[in-house]
Design a protein around this ligand. Structure first.
Ligand SMILES: *Cc1c(COP(=O)(O)O)cnc(C)c1O
Length: 366
């Protein structure tokens, strides 16, 4: 069997009864859309983060888009973010007709270099959108100070950082709003698509709820501002409720796998993930770096180990974003990393013997 970066089948074997019970609960409830499972999950996910509000949506991309929209980002506004991220971060900005403005990342953690943000602020800047990439938090204190100083909104992209902490504060609880994805691979993953936006602000919450429901306050009501249909599915919500009770276990499982990689590969020339000061890493992906990345990936394939790169193309170099006008060389740290990084298998149900084999094969190649 090919060894992959991610695989949910063993987790499903272990949790099958609970997952199928979640499906049965919804199918027999008489409520298939925006019922008790969505509202239950929303309260429980908000409570997990110590915030007042959570709005379940259909995916992480829309969670970001609605968050931006709810704080007033609109056509012509600028949103400062990073190019070293999943394309959907940037697509969410683009979907509103706003302009993404990129700053570079740190060479060791690949996280937003917050020292570059102030110079990127212009009179059109409306929002800062840090991405808690790979499972650890961007340093939010300086960003919050900048947001306050310049009257900007701060939205956290938490799609890769469920349960991550920075100096004890949980990812998503600092910004005006924070967006999560429950795409199956994520630290908290659904059995299909899902997302959520959390906030402490009641006005933002009300805005999010309208935007996800056609722009209406309630069913068969007037549309005051045209919205969308971005509802979280009731079945996925019930599955997420069950899985949320195990989120801390999933995180501990990922951290144990990271500890075994450190143990098995720490003395090689492979550059292993660095954790920034004050951070608790939840290892959504385990990103390593080597100048001969492409050779290593080819060799691994011969051993039936098929790995991924998160991400091979920085967003600013993609053809679809050519109109933003970034030249190659404009974000040197991001561009250099994209040539050399790759991800090792990382998911809580990864068997120890499979991980040991990956480590052993890698050691023979290095
Ligand atoms: C997964 C991801 C998204 C998008 O989430 P979807 O649920 O796939 O729409 C956005 N931002 C980041 C950083 C992600 O990793």
């Amino acid at each position: 069997m090919t060894t992959l970066v991610w695989d949910y089948t063993r987790e499903y074997e272990a949790e099958r009864k609970d997952i199928l019970d979640a499906v049965e609960t919804v199918f027999s409830s008489g409520r298939l859309v925006l019922g008790p499972s969505v509202s239950g999950f929303e309260s429980e996910f908000a409570a997990y983060h110590g915030v007042d509000h959570c709005v379940g949506v259909d995916n992480g991309t829309n969670a970001i888009r609605l968050a931006l929209q709810a704080v007033g980002v609109t056509r012509g506004d600028e949103v400062i973010t990073v190019s070293n991220t999943a394309a959907p971060t940037v697509l969410a900005i683009d979907a509103l007709g706003a302009t993404p403005v990129f700053v570079d990342v740190h060479a060791d953690t690949y996280l937003m270099d917050v020292a570059q943000v102030e110079a990127a602020i212009t009179p059109r800047t409306k929002c800062l959108l840090p991405v808690h990439l790979y499972g650890q938090c961007v340093d939010l204190a300086p960003l919050k100070a900048l947001a306050d100083k310049h009257g900007l909104h701060l939205i956290e992209d938490c799609a890769q950082a469920h349960g991550a902490r920075h100096h004890g504060a949980i990812a998503g609880a600092t910004g005006h709003a924070a967006a999560f994805s429950f795409y199956p691979t994520k630290v908290l993953g659904a059995y299909g698509d899902g997302g959520a936006t959390i906030t402490t602000d009641a006005a933002i919450d009300a805005n999010l709820r309208r935007h996800r429901y056609y722009g209406m306050e309630k069913t068969y009501y007037v549309v005051e501002t045209p919205g969308h249909n971005c509802r979280l599915d009731e079945v996925q919500a019930e599955i997420l409720r069950r899985k949320l009770t195990r989120l801390d276990e999933y995180i501990a499982g990922r951290q144990a796998i990271a500890a075994r990689y450190l143990d098995g590969l720490g003395d090689t020339e492979l550059i292993l993930p660095a954790t920034a000061p004050g951070n608790t890493h939840v290892y959504y992906v385990y990103v390593v770096r080597h100048p001969e990345r492409d050779r290593i990936l080819d060799e691994l394939k011969k051993h039936d180990i098929a790995l991924n790169i998160s991400y091979p193309w920085p967003v600013h170099t993609m053809t679809g974003f050519a109109h933003l006008g970034y030249q190659t060389g404009s974000l040197p740290v991001t561009e250099a990393a994209a040539e050399e990084i790759f991800s090792l298998p990382m998911y809580p149900s990864l068997p120890v013997d499979v991980q040991t084999r990956v480590i052993d094969v890698l050691r023979t190649l290095l």
